[in-house]
Write a protein that binds this ligand. Structure first.
Ligand code: ZN
Length: 368
């Protein structure tokens, strides 16, 4: 037995035992699907030349999780000596998708590359290949295929991913700059540049790259740079000390954000950076500014509560309840995909649910 067939059988058995997989993966076959499969099988038995129908039957099997049978159909087609090139490419393509679905990625690559050889820059093939390489952490190839697809945003995204993998710092920096050339609004590339400036404590440079980055990224996406930098600082801060941001750094950030038209999110991030550098009265000023703009802006209320706690005289029991609720409130996911509504605690560039690019937004209202 082929090696892949064996692992496919094994996988199928694992799938059966996983509830999550069966509920998310394949739809249970309906009477209609059974009828369609029966009908199509009958037609192809009588018309072996009906290649279209063969392919459709394979897709039906795949949609029902019967990947083995789908693969069998494609393989039989490809083996036909007289098969038209166009159909051969289609069969390779569908076979690639079958293998991908089965989780046998090297076979999926090989099949899709065969389809690519025949069709050249066919968008459907390029798209499958790009995603496959991206899922496989081969970012250079993913970037290449997104470039062929004419999707500079995605191309730049994977160039940055490649840069993050690059151990040589100056090479990595060059690659990030290249990504910006490919797509000037690449929030992921600007974030890399800003974090690098922070790492080297180059505040002047941080100021100019943050400013340019905020000007270049799409409207409403600036918070990704601020949140991303903030998370980067937390990740790289030793210990759990209260004020872990250099005062010079937060001052530079506040100066930069102040040079833009005042908006809720920028005011909020001014307060966040000031708070972590221990400038509490300035923190309060910026938080109050946000509430003048929007009384319902809950993250600011949470911060005000946090910095005011120490000034209150509270019973132990009251304090315990307050701590409980503020801790719960901090678990509220602040980011949401504008396209599909997926909520997340961490920023994302590609929505993990609907695969939209740069569709993230900040939930300014709790019921958003
Ligand atoms: Zn989404």
């Amino acid at each position: 037995m082929f090696h892949w067939l064996h692992s496919l059988r094994q996988r199928k058995q694992e799938e059966k035992s996983s509830l999550l997989h069966s509920s998310e993966g394949f739809l249970p076959p309906s009477q209609d699907t059974f009828a369609a499969i029966g009908e199509l099988s009958r037609v192809v038995r009588n018309n072996p030349d009906a290649v279209e129908i063969y392919l459709a039957l394979g897709n039906l099997f795949r949609s029902q999780g019967e990947i083995e049978r789908a693969i069998q159909i494609r393989t039989n087609l490809i083996a036909r000596p007289q098969l038209d090139e166009h159909f051969k490419a289609r069969a390779w393509f569908e076979l690639g998708v079958d293998f991908k679905r089965a989780g046998i990625l090297d076979r999926a690559h090989a099949a899709l590359e065969q389809a690519y050889k025949i069709t050249g820059d066919d968008p459907a093939v390029l798209k499958e290949l790009a995603r496959l390489y991206a899922d496989n952490n081969d970012f250079e190839k993913a970037a290449k295929y997104y470039s062929l697809l004419g999707q500079p945003l995605a191309q730049a995204h994977y160039m940055v991913k490649e840069a993050q993998k690059e151990p040589n710092k100056s090479q990595s920096y060059k690659l990030t700059q290249k990504a910006i050339k490919v797509y000037p609004g690449s929030a992921e590339a600007w974030l890399e540049i800003i974090c690098r400036d922070f790492e080297m404590a180059q505040w002047k440079s941080l100021q100019s790259s943050l400013k340019t980055g905020l000007q270049m990224v799409a409207e409403g996406l600036g918070f990704v740079l601020l949140e991303g930098l903030y998370q980067f600082i937390i990740k790289n801060s030793p210990g759990t000390q209260q004020c872990f941001i250099d005062e010079n750094c937060s001052n530079v950030i506040v100066d930069t954000l102040s040079s833009f038209d005042q908006n809720l999110i920028f005011c909020y991030y001014c307060s966040i950076f000031l708070k972590q550098s221990g400038q509490i009265s300035r923190t309060r000023e910026w938080l109050e500014k946000t509430l003048v703009m929007d009384q319902e802006f809950w993250p600011a209320r949470l911060e005000i509560l946090d910095i005011s706690q120490h000034e209150q005289v509270m019973t132990q029991s009251f304090k315990t309840q307050l701590i409980f609720f503020t801790r719960k409130a901090r678990m509220v996911k602040r980011f949401v995909c504008k396209k599909c509504g997926l909520k997340r605690e961490q920023i994302f560039f590609l929505c993990p649910r609907c695969y939209s690019w740069h569709s993230i937004s900040f939930r300014t209202l709790l019921n958003e």
